[in-house]
Design a protein around this ligand. Structure first.
Ligand SMILES: Nc1ncnc2c1ncn2[C@@H]1O[C@H](COP(=O)(O)OP(=O)(O)OP(=O)(O)O)[C@@H](O)[C@H]1O
Length: 334
């Protein structure tokens, strides 16, 4: 099946500033794809080119089977776009705002009110349908924006910074809603964000976008293994007590080709390895007469992936979360 978004060598400059530099990207139907990058990376410019709202200098953007530059009306018919700056008529209710958009999309009058009410329910605004949009919280406004995008039953929705300014509980609910739309309606979603954790929670694949260039795409395990292949895997094994003879224990692993380094620190054994050899290590340690309390492996999240790309770039702000350790099992006694 052809990708729903197919970008080839897409370029756009503003004067001498290159906003998007040879962007190649394919997004499959049914995917949630996150375009991740700091402010000014070129995310919005790329989205505008996909929608035919700005002309690329070169390259092509085929979206839902149509060339966005040559056939922007067809693209707009099939794609729902939620910009980062949403605007509503504040004096109208949420439902009235939605009806207004439905009519702008030339929806037939028959059944339109029921359909719009159903859409308000779907996005979790059923109880607030008849309240003025001016009374909506930022999170409710994002939901109303989503309802406006969904009302025309698009094949693809593009959301520019959809979680901007929403509180953490609102973000979680909004992302769960996106995920359920994908699951239940098979919707394809492209969302842009500079919030790593938001993207991490919901996206099947992400693209890391910096200074107009897409540096990498993939799911998190793929990005992680590509990036950290040279760094190795860190495995931590905690014993139930201090080893009987730390040096003797260490010497047992000295000839293993998969082990880059090993440290014995009290009751903790730290291994840096070239591959996933945790079961093999556990078996050997038990054979040597030691008991294991817990095993964990360093897990790389988007923070570390992001940092790895931008470690020399001090202008990039990262959400602060330290490297997580994923327990493989804990408190096990033999
Ligand atoms: N109409 C324009 N005229 C001149 N420069 C522009 C224009 N639109 C965007 N730019 C510049 O192009 C670069 C990419 O901007 P863009 O808005 O696409 O980035 P972004 O990743 O969406 O960031 P943000 O989240 O801050 O919107 C920025 O340096 C921006 O200043």
């Amino acid at each position: 099946m052809k990708p729903i978004i197919d970008l080839k060598n897409l370029c756009k400059s503003y004067g001498s500033h290159i906003a998007v530099d040879k962007l190649n990207l394919q997004i499959e139907r049914g995917e949630i794809f996150g375009l991740l990058g700091p402010n000014g990376a070129g995310k919005t410019t790329s989205i505008l080119m996909m929608l035919g709202l700005t002309e690329p200098d070169s390259g092509s953007a085929i979206v839902c089977g149509h060339d966005a530059s040559r056939d922007p009306i067809e693209v707009k018919r099939k794609v729902g776009y939620m910009p980062d700056n949403l605007g509503f008529y504040p004096q109208l209710t949420g439902l009235e705002n939605l009806l207004y958009i439905a009519r702008l999309n030339a929806m037939p009058e028959k059944g339109i009110a029921e359909y719009a009410r159903g859409m308000m329910e779907l996005v979790g605004l059923g109880a607030a349908s008849d309240k003025p949009a001016s009374t909506y919280s930022r999170g409710m406004k994002q939901r109303l924006g989503l309802a406006e995008v969904l009302i025309k039953a698009p094949e693809l929705i593009i959301l520019d910074e959809p979680t901007l300014g929403i509180d953490p509980a609102g973000v979680k609910e909004f992302l769960e809603l996106i995920k359920s739309l994908q699951r239940e309606q098979g919707l394809t979603v492209l969302l842009s964000s500079h919030h790593l954790h938001h993207v991490q929670q919901v996206c099947d694949r992400v693209g890391i976008f910096v200074e107009g260039k897409l540096l990498a795409t993939g799911d998190l395990p793929t990005l992680s293994s590509e990036l950290f292949a040279s760094t190795g895997i860190e495995i931590l094994i905690q014993l139930t007590r201090l080893p009987k003879d730390a040096d003797a224990l260490k010497s047992n692993f000295s000839g293993w080709p998969e082990i880059n380094s090993m440290n014995v620190n009290g009751d903790r054994l730290q291994f840096n390895t070239t591959g996933e050899i945790t079961p093999k290590l556990i078996r050997r340690i038990i054979e040597l007469g030691e008991d294991i309390r817990a095993v964990s492996q360093k897990q790389y999240g988007l923070d570390e992936i992001y940092e790895k790309y931008f470690e020399n770039n001090t202008n990039i702000t990262l959400d602060n979360e330290s490297i997580k350790r994923k327990p493989l099992f804990g408190n096990r006694r033999k």
